[in-house]
Design a protein around this ligand. Structure first.
Ligand code: NAP
Length: 286
């Protein structure tokens, strides 16, 4: 039996085992998917264990997405640009790092939100690994303006500096400090707002909070929350009340997982079965 798993800490409420096991079972692949809770001092040993013959690879989640990079043999160019790895592929003893959040977000935006980013004005909230993946996906889709906002200028500058070289004519990538007036002016006119912070996550420090006040939500726009637990976050509730289109991060979660599955097996995953398994796992955890 082949093995794969998710590496992170803590992993108490991870939906990954349910989602991936559903995909392996639907494809008739003899593989088991495990949760591997890993503290920082255990990370190197856990990564080296992936070189075993039976290992397909692993997913990586908070807090290790950046820390695993130096422990791998090489990186896919997208993972290199994002500076974070969420999927490790084992290839004959070598470990290769990928970032499937870029493809997962792009597919969810197209298929779940029905949104074509080309020529559109987008505001991205946050400057972490997920914001980097989202910004790269939007650059690749040729959004007209991508404005990153957050509370730590150093992190915002780093994202823009690292990704600006990927932009082409007609695509502008910039950042604004959270309390900057320009940011507040840009928001109501945005075609798309993407929350890449954990604000609104069930069980988190800011579980009951919407990252945006209703006044600043664009009534004619689309609001995409990467947070997928709960299905309707406070931000998505506020977006619906304002009349905006509200999109949950669950689709992205499944599509980035489907991309990991394809990298490990060479096969397309049954995303309907993965989605059902994800919904059931979330219902069981809430
Ligand atoms: P990360 O690297 O830790 O970055 C988090 C970002 O959110 C940082 O910019 C941080 O600001 C900001 N932030 C945190 N708490 C905040 C608060 N209370 N107010 C304002 N900003 C706050 O995390 P990540 O990997 O980017 O993940 C971000 C979220 O996306 C998580 O909830 C994760 O589960 C979710 N996610 C979902 C999917 C999916 O498939 N749906 C995929 C990836 C990630 P500072 O820079 O100031 O610390």
């Amino acid at each position: 039996m082949k093995r794969a798993g998710v590496i992170g800490y803590p992993l108490t409420h991870s939906t990954s085992p349910a989602i991936f096991q559903a995909a392996f079972d639907a494809a008739g692949i003899d593989a088991g998917y495990e949760a591997w809770p890993t503290e920082t001092e255990q990370l190197e040993g856990r990564i080296n264990a992936l070189r075993g013959d039976e290992m397909l690879g692993a997913n990586v989640t908070i807090p290790h997405k950046e820390a695993v990079v130096p422990l791998l043999d090489r990186l896919d160019p997208q993972a290199e640009l994002v500076g974070a790895v969420n999927t490790i592929v084992h290839d004959s003893g070598d470990l290769i790092g990928y970032n499937t959040d870029v493809a997962g977000f792009g597919r969810a935006l197209r298929e779940d939100a029905g949104f074509d980013a080309k020529g559109k004005h987008v505001v991205v909230l946050g400057a972490g690994g997920a914001a980097r993946a989202v910004a790269l996906s939007l650059i690749e889709s040729r959004a007209a303006t991508i404005l990153l906002t957050g509370r730590t200028p150093r992190r915002l500058t780093a994202v823009v500096n690292d990704l600006r070289g990927q932009t082409s004519a007609g695509v502008t990538l910039s950042w604004a400090y959270w309390l900057d007036g320009s940011f507040l002016v840009s928001l109501p006119k945005a075609d798309l707002v993407v929350n890449c912070t954990p604000v609104g996550t069930l069980g988190g420090d800011a579980a009951d909070e919407s990252i945006l006040d209703t006044d600043y939500i664009p009534a004619d726009g689309t609001v995409f929350d990467l947070v997928y637990n709960p299905a309707e976050t406070p931000l998505l509730k506020a977006a619906k009340e304002k009349g905006a289109k509200a999109v949950s991060g669950l689709g992205m979660l499944v599509y980035q997982a489907a991309e990991s599955f394809r990298l490990w097996t060479g096969q397309d995953a049954d995303t309907e079965k993965m989605l059902t398994a994800g919904r059931e796992a979330l219902a069981g955890a809430s």
